[in-house]
Design a protein around this ligand. Structure first.
Ligand code: ADP
Length: 227
């Protein structure tokens, strides 16, 4: 992989206090992603994958260390600044699609763009383009309930990248799908990452998919280490 670091976690620590106990989940994480790179995060339940993704995605603040996104230190920014950065530069995909049920696939993908202030015609054109790219162009006018699980996840991925983020963070994006559908959804996601040059960190329990990414990392004693 060539190119600069798009996101960098430096000495990131994250602790939770449970009663009288202090749980250390991230303990000096050093980790970065480069443009066009897909990295698999493979670790057992409870290891801290969601904590890592949420901290990298500026949903949680590091207790120590910093998250550098596109060269900008983000750990100490205000909530409003972090929200703005999340809206523009970070895409999230979860195991369950969390699409808005009363809106069509196309409208779901338009939504983050409208929130950002894009004119509806522009947002609609980009949404249609992303649906085509995810090979579900004909399904744009259907509501989520009328789509298959694989189609729903493709819409969720398209929505996550609608504002052309720098980084895509995914928490078990194919965990809810059968293996064949998971493989198709992964192919579409991989093509999107390569084509757009964003960087992706993808938590997965699927070793076959992990093997198809550029690198694999795990969490060990609160640190990100290569597998
Ligand atoms: P994973 O995604 O790998 O399953 P998580 O990041 O969700 O792991 O959780 C890591 C550990 O941190 C778990 O032991 C979990 O119980 C604990 N944890 C996560 N969030 C909180 C919280 N808000 N308060 C207290 N403990 C938490």
């Amino acid at each position: 992989m060539t190119g600069d670091k798009i996101i960098e976690l430096k000495g990131v620590e994250r602790h939770y206090v449970q009663g009288a106990r202090k749980l250390t989940i991230l303990n000096g994480v050093e980790f970065s992603l480069r443009r066009g790179e897909m990295v698999a995060l493979v670790a057992p339940s409870g290891a801290g994958k969601s904590t890592l993704l949420h901290t990298a995605g500026l949903l949680e603040r590091p207790d120590a260390g910093d998250v550098i996104l596109g060269g900008r230190a983000c750990g100490r920014l205000s909530d409003d600044e972090r929200t703005a950065i999340r809206r523009n530069d970070i895409g999230f995909v979860y195991q369950f699609h969390h699409l808005l049920p009363e809106f069509s696939a196309l409208e779901n993908i338009m939504m983050p763009q409208l929130v950002k202030g894009l004119p509806p015609a522009e947002a609609s054109a980009r949404a249609a383009q992303l649906l085509d790219y995810m090979q579900i162009g004909k399904r744009g006018h259907h509501r989520p309930a009328e789509l298959s699980g694989g189609e729903q996840q493709r819409v969720a991925i398209a929505r996550a990248v609608a504002n052309a983020p720098l980084v895509l963070l995914a928490d078990e994006p194919t965990g809810n799908l059968d293996p064949v559908t998971a493989s198709y959804v992964f192919d579409a996601l991989a093509a999107l990452v390569r084509q757009s040059g964003l960087a992706a960190l993808i938590a997965t329990h699927n070793h076959e998919l992990a093997a198809r990414m550029d690198r694999r990392v795990t969490l060990s004693e609160g640190k990100v280490v290569p597998i």
